[in-house]
Write a new protein. Structure first.
Length: 342
């Protein structure tokens, strides 16, 4: 497999995300991981140096911003060893050392899955030294998972399975095997076997937060909103400070015609992450649903000034002014809500 070609394809993807999305810490983390990995594979010496420096600079920016989360700590520790100020880096681990790490700890289910994933990858000795170095840093699972998703969207399922295998093994979390299988099947348009995959995964890891969330989303997709709420409520109990779970639960309550309950969780999602645009827009919609038009208008006008999801904000503002019989403004914002360029 030509790693350099696949990473080059990811460069365009990450540049697009940088240009079109806020600089969230998770995105910046992947941006830096990509540069540290790709920099070791660039042939030109100057390009190699500048690429690696971009990775190191991104790490320093995240640290300077006060970001603190597990994968960032892992990456910082790994980078201190592999990109020291002295410029002397350790040699890449051998295939045997990597396999021993992949197999360390765990249970019988993990051992069986590791065998399968290693068979997908093939000879570890064929992996570039930079990839073998990355196996020592669990944070790189994020980059490999993104590479898998990108490959799947391009229709290359075989390569996607290889990158997902690397993501599971490098991350050291066997439950991700089923999470990634679900993601791959969704991208490839296969829905019929999702419940089977979920039941297998939850049978082995009943408290894995992402599997519980995926089960809730699948229940919701199948129209079983009550069961979806049960699973998503459990996910929130397992990790109450994850704003995405609060948003998902709020949205499900909204679907079940429980706007008061949805507001509780939209509020909590925004308390955890004040920049959560989707939650802010959905909160305004829920406020309209309970008849609090004035608060909804204030929130929507604030979002309009910040240019947050303008089409949806304009659509909801049109509803606000229609409620007030202000037909001129209702029509104006209705037109703006249909204009994809606004």
């Amino acid at each position: 497999m030509n790693w350099q070609v696949h990473l080059k394809q990811m460069e365009e993807y990450y540049r697009w995300k940088r240009d079109h999305h806020p600089a969230y810490p998770d995105l910046m983390l992947e941006w830096g991981l990509f540069h540290h990995l790709y920099g070791n594979m660039v042939d030109d010496a100057d390009s190699r140096t500048s690429t690696i420096q971009e990775g190191s600079a991104t790490l320093k920016r995240l640290q300077a911003d006060g970001c603190q989360f597990f994968d960032l700590t892992c990456w910082a520790d790994w980078a201190a060893t592999h990109y020291p100020e002295s410029g002397v880096s350790p040699t890449a681990p051998t295939p045997e050392e990597i396999e021993n790490q992949f197999r360390s700890g765990g249970d019988l289910a993990q051992a069986t899955i590791v065998d399968e994933l290693l068979s997908r990858i093939g000879d570890l000795g064929d992996a570039p030294s930079a990839v073998r170095r990355s196996a020592l840093c669990p944070a790189f699972r994020r980059l490999y998972a993104s590479m898998a998703e990108s490959s799947a969207h391009r229709g290359d399922e075989e390569i996607a399975e290889v990158f997902f295998a690397w993501a599971v093994l490098v991350g050291g979390n066997t439950a991700k095997y089923w999470v990634y299988e679900i993601q791959l099947n969704k991208i490839m348009g296969r829905q019929d076997n999702l419940m089977e995959i979920l039941n297998q995964g939850l049978g082995n890891y009943p408290d894995d937060i992402e599997l519980v969330r995926e089960m809730a989303l699948e229940m919701d997709r199948q129209g079983e909103t009550g069961r979806a709420i049960e699973f998503m409520s459990r996910a929130v109990e397992l990790r109450p400070a994850w704003p995405d779970l609060r948003y998902d639960l709020a949205r499900m309550y909204q679907e079940s015609e429980s706007p008061e309950e949805s507001l509780i969780h939209f509020d909590k999602a925004l308390e955890i992450n004040p920049a959560y645009a989707k939650a802010a827009v959905s909160q305004a919609e829920a406020l309209l649903h309970v008849g609090d038009v004035e608060t909804a208008e204030r929130r929507l006008l604030d979002l309009k000034e910040k240019d947050v999801e303008p089409r949806e904000v304009y659509r909801l503002l049109s509803q606000v002014y229609a409620e007030r019989q202000d037909h001129r403004r209702a029509e104006r914002f209705g037109v703006l809500g249909q204009d994809t360029d606004k």
